[in-house]
Design a protein around this ligand. Structure first.
Ligand code: HEC
Length: 117
């Protein structure tokens, strides 16, 4: 019985830690940082510029992102990068979750420390 209790406590501890560690998708954060931040600012700053509907629109409307970046060869290169094409859905989710009006504000962690640019 004691063993069961200990296991339950450990499991719930691990669960809490995992949840705390996943306030946002760090993989998506890193991809955006690599591909978009040089022009758009930090991933969270970028996400906050428009609301969830606008993010859906930019990503879902066929060819929209490419045409917006027509004059920016480096932007096009980022959009054609396999990291972007393979994780497009994940990035959209990240942007939507952190968009304007989402109410999400991030403090310091190992990826990000509350700056806005
Ligand atoms: C080399 C610079 C550059 C890179 C890299 C870049 N962009 Fe852009 N992006 C721009 C510019 C410049 C505009 C504004 C175009 C305009 O208004 O005519 C823009 C506009 C946008 C817009 C329209 C909303 C807005 O802010 O005007 C979205 C959405 C967007 N970019 C997404 C992305 C995503 C997602 C990535 C990374 C995969 C990315 N961009 C990478 C330069 C870049």
């Amino acid at each position: 019985m004691k063993k069961l209790l200990a296991t339950t406590l450990i499991l719930s501890g691990v669960f809490t830690l995992t949840q705390a560690a996943e306030k946002y998708d760090t993989r998506a954060f890193r991809i955006v940082t690599k591909l978009c931040t040089p022009c758009h600012g930090t991933a969270f700053y970028m996400a906050k510029q428009v609301d969830a509907d606008d993010w859906e629109y930019y990503f879902k409307k066929e060819g929209k992102l490419l045409s917006i970046h027509k004059k920016s060869p480096k932007g096009i290169a980022s959009l054609k990068n396999a990291l972007f094409t393979k994780h497009e859905k994940r990035l959209l989710k990240f942007f939507v979750n952190n968009s304007k009006y989402s109410g999400v504000v991030h403090g310091c962690d190992s990826n990000f420390c509350g700056t806005h640019h």
